[in-house]
Ligand binder design. Structure first.
Ligand code: GLN
Length: 189
């Protein structure tokens, strides 16, 4: 079992730490060549989706990343990673990877006061800690999307086929249950 973590920008080290806790090997994906390594899944971390989208284009990685996920590579996107996977981003003319049937709103909780901590249900896992940092939320789901978490009436975690997303940062909490869920349900198949 080996998981690639997109490491162009953002909170990738924290994801690798969670994987280490679960005794899962991981490596950092920094360029197009790294994408060709064998992996059982990929994590798209939090950070700044506009910057990551720009770097993915400039480094000619966007198309190969998109086709790998389209062909079935399990992908877990947190926060900005969720935005990268969304088919529709409010007020953005075009999506980035754009494969998951969700419409998202960026900085949905406001820019300055948008960071908070809460505990809420994750379908199939139970109550887990959630750290939100200038987070998006999902305003609409379509296709085969299953909603996994809602906080104050907004969808904050979901899955569709080989894709799992959360608008909070499970890698910044004390729990590794969401990472375990990703490994067991998506990557061990
Ligand atoms: N606000 C960021 C964006 O729009 C996401 C924030 C995060 O990943 N913590 O990309």
């Amino acid at each position: 079992m080996k998981i690639g973590v997109l490491a162009l920008q953002g909170a990738f080290i924290e994801h690798r730490r969670k994987l280490e806790e679960l005794k899962i090997d991981s490596f950092e994906i920094r360029n197009k060549k790294d994408l060709n390594q064998d992996m059982n899944g990929i994590i798209l971390p939090g950070g700044e989706s506009t910057t990551m989208g720009k770097l993915l284009r400039e480094l000619y990685m966007l198309e190969s990343l998109k086709s790998k996920i389209k062909e079935g590579l399990p992908a877990f996107g947190t926060c900005a990673g969720l935005i990268l996977l969304a088919k529709d981003i409010a007020e953005n003319p075009e999506p980035h990877i754009g494969l998951m049937n969700i419409s998202v709103k960026r900085n949905a909780y406001g820019r300055q006061l948008g960071s908070f901590f809460t505990e809420a249900e994750f379908k199939g896992i139970g109550k887990i800690p959630m750290t939100f940092i200038r987070a998006p939320y999902i305003v609409k789901v379509d296709g085969q999307v299953t909603v996994l978490s809602e906080v104050e009436g907004h969808i904050v975690a979901a899955e569709e086929k080989n894709m799992l997303v959360s608008s909070y940062h499970p890698e910044l909490t004390s729990s590794n249950k969401v990472h375990q869920y990703f490994i067991e349900k998506f990557c061990e198949k």
